[in-house]
Design a protein around this ligand. Structure first.
Ligand code: GDP
Length: 198
């Protein structure tokens, strides 16, 4: 799929106020600093579409972008900030989990995982929550600037092994680097295939 247009639509804290669910939607989420904004900007080839590296404490929003006038790309607030209040964590839970569990046109959640570090409990728990709520997801390993690097490969393998403990079948996985533009074609093709099947 070629991206010919990407435009910001609206930011929300409440899924009921998101745009009408009349187009297929794909959401991106991950631990803070996982490289989500960089990935969205790499995919859309717009340097400033998603804002990079927000600070903890800043308003957390569900951001909708319209791509090729046909599908929504959604930038969800990251989880796992080291120093946020209990209130902020609860707000994230309410807002994001309501959105994920209720949004009827959500075809896939891309969960971003940092390929430079070993498996993290918070990521596994989040994926298990998605599974329990029957939210379809795929895994996007980020920051794989050198995809063949042995550390990256062993982190990816450990993550999959960790997931296999609770899942019989593994979801689709993608290896990406926004810095090196790795994985762009594969991710966009995947979205294109789902869009065509609808
Ligand atoms: P977000 O908080 O998940 O939106 O993460 P950002 O996109 O703001 O990225 C967090 C940090 O990781 C920034 O310092 C980025 O420059 C860096 N980063 C993001 N993607 C890559 C990548 O593909 N390779 C490398 N080496 N660094 C990256």
């Amino acid at each position: 799929m070629k991206i010919t247009s990407s435009e910001f639509v609206i930011s929300n804290t409440d899924y009921t106020k998101c745009p009408d669910p009349d187009k297929p939607e794909y959401a991106f989420i991950g631990r803070s600093n996982v490289g989500k904004s960089s990935l969205i900007n790499m995919l859309t080839e717009k340097n400033k579409l998603a804002k990079t590296s927000g600070k903890p404490g800043k308003t957390q929003l569900i951001n909708h972008f319209l791509i090729n006038k046909t599908w929504f790309l959604v930038d969800l607030p990251g989880y796992g900030w080291a120093q946020v209040s209990k209130e902020m964590k609860e707000q994230w839970n309410r807002m994001t989990k309501n959105y994920l569990a209720q949004r009827e046109n959500l075809y896939n959640v891309f969960v971003l995982i940092d390929s430079r570090i070993p498996p993290q409990k918070i990521d596994i728990e989040f994926l298990n929550w998605l599974g329990e709520h029957k939210v379809p997801f795929s895994i996007v390993f980020t920051k794989a600037d050198k995809p063949n690097n042995s550390k990256i490969q062993s982190n990816v393998a450990s993550f999959k092994a960790e997931l296999s403990k609770s899942w019989e079948e593994l979801p689709p996985t993608f290896i990406t680097s926004s810095a090196q533009k790795v994985g762009r074609k594969e991710l966009l093709e995947y979205v294109g295939q789902i869009n065509e099947s609808i």
